[in-house]
Design a protein around this ligand. Structure first.
Ligand code: 6PG
Length: 483
């Protein structure tokens, strides 16, 4: 019988799992590991885990038996059915009070369901976002745990020790109950999609529109990374432009079809469900979908005409305009993401801490940036902030950037370069700052064809009117409701 001396177990020794285990070991925690394919576990134990306190087990029974109580078992297996399968196996081996942690990219409704099912069995369930890729997992990821609040005190020390730090503060804190942790991770990923798309649009304008080569792009991104755009994604983009294989820039030979595993799409679906205009992430997901239609695009490129116009402005000024467009659009994207977080927090009763979330994303994760420090400051100054765009720092930044941003979007339209994210961000900005939108006409149309009723500016809100527009309609109105 194995002595229960191990602090935590980790199931699933793919890249993230192995690195997180080594990270936990570095921080003095005794980690027991298991992998469905035993040889993977053995290779790990005899390879990078050699000489550490990490111990491998060939069966879940032995793994569980090695753990101190309450037992803490973390899963880093593929999201979806594999998570349910492992939980089902563990449930019969664990005791009431034990803790199961799902650290994969699970969809938050699944996490909510698993939390409830575990609760019925007396088990405590945590669904946590873990971001930062291989390097983050090894040296400090951003960790976003949610689920059963009773479980948090038992994992807090481990998670906060291994997480990234922003200054002295851990990029890990309790997010909220049920599916809150995975929801916040989903929004993180949606924002990641948005940031990546914005960078890609800047690339296409600079490369195709201005004819800049990879060396010049490398210089531009190096410069951008030293200012307000300083972030992990700008940094890796800089390095990508500088990367050569056999004298050839690798970026030039990579096929232009993007993959996706679903977290961006889930963000878009949640935005539609919550009625929040998270347009930039939506465009970022659709841009990946369009990129995937490679063969069709190749055929269309030989048939559909573009404009004759070519860029003929001042290159240096325009490069700086692109920087401004990128920065302003990024502000819009995060503002939209936070609008969705706010609505979801109300809807699911999570009481999310928006400044705390910015801090969790400040270091370790894929969207880590100096910019997130600004968001944290905005929420620290006013935790009830209606919208990030209204925080004085961001209001001013948008004001400073908007001329350049508008020049980029109009120039891109003139020369036929697609900028769905830059454009939707600008359209959102202009829509959000309009006290009056053309929805009066929309309401009139709805009332005209379907007696859907409308409210009036000169009457109290909540009073609905119907007009017999043609003189031939009846007086019956259709119920007005907002989804
Ligand atoms: C992270 C990332 C990660 C995600 C990849 C791939 O935070 O470390 O978000 O969780 O899986 O970025 O996502 P896509 O395949 O959907 O681009």
């Amino acid at each position: 019988m194995t002595e229960p001396t191990m602090d935590i177990a980790l199931i699933g020794l793919a890249v993230m799992g192995q690195n997180l285990v080594l990270n936990m070991n570095d921080h003095g925690f005794k980690v027991a590991v298991y992998n469905r394919t035993t040889s993977v576990m053995e290779d790990f134990i005899n390879g990078s885990a050699k000489g550490t306190e990490i111990r491998g087990f060939a069966t879940l029974e032995e793994l569980v038996a090695s753990l101190k109580r309450p037992r803490r078992v973390m899963l880093l297996v593929q999201a979806g059915k594999p998570v349910d399968a492992v939980i089902a196996q563990l449930a019969s081996l664990l005791e009431p009070g034990d803790i199961i942690i799902d650290g994969g990219n699970s969809h938050f409704p699944d996490t909510q369901r698993r939390y409830e099912a575990c609760q019925e069995q007396g088990l405590r369930f945590i669904g946590t976002g873990v971001s930062g890729g291989e390097e983050g997992a090894r040296f400090g990821p951003s960790i976003m745990p949610g689920g059963d609040p009773e479980a948090w005190p038992f994992v807090k020390d481990i998670f906060q020790a291994v997480s990234a730090k922003a200054g002295d503060e851990p990029c890990c804190d309790w997010v909220g109950s049920g599916g809150a942790g995975h929801y916040v991770k989903m929004i993180h990923n949606g924002i990641e999609y948005g940031d990546m798309q914005l960078i890609c649009e800047a690339y296409q304008i600079l490369h195709e529109g201005l004819g800049l080569d990879n060396d010049r792009l490398h210089e531009i991104f190096t410069e951008w990374n030293s200012g307000e755009l300083d972030s992990y994604l700008i940094e890796i983009t800089r390095d990508i432009f500088g990367h050569r294989e056999d004298g050839q820039a690798l970026i030039d030979v990579i096929l232009d079809t993007a993959g996706q595993k679903g977290t961006g799409k889930w963000t878009g679906i949640s935005a539609l469900d919550m009625g929040m205009p998270v347009t930039l992430i939506g465009e970022a997901v659709f841009a990946r979908c369009l990129s995937a239609l490679k063969d069709e695009r190749v055929r269309a490129s030989k048939i559909l005409a573009g404009p004759e116009a070519r860029f003929d402005g001042d290159t240096a000024t325009f490069i700086d305009d692109v920087r401004k467009a990128l920065y302003a659009s990024k502000i819009i994207s995060y503002a939209q993401g936070y609008m969705l977080l706010r609505e979801a927090s109300k809807h699911y009763g999570w009481d999310l801490n928006f400044g705390g979330i910015a801090l969790m994303w400040r270091g370790g994760c894929i969207i880590r940036s100096v910019f997130l420090g600004r968001i944290k400051e905005a929420f620290d100054a006013n935790p009830d902030l209606d919208n990030l765009l209204l925080a004085p720092f961001f209001t001013q930044a948008l004001k400073d950037c908007q001329d350049g941003w508008r020049r980029v979007v109009s120039q891109a339209v003139q020369i036929g370069i697609p900028t769905p994210a830059f454009s939707t961000a600008l359209a959102f900005y202009d829509g959000y700052r309009h006290a009056r939108l053309p929805a009066n006409l929309l309401q009139a149309q709805r009332d005209y064809f379907g007696a859907h009723t409308y409210e009036r500016l000169d009457k109290p809100r909540g009073e609905f009117f119907h007009t017999n527009w043609t003189g031939t309609g009846g007086n019956v109105t259709s119920r007005t409701y907002n989804v």
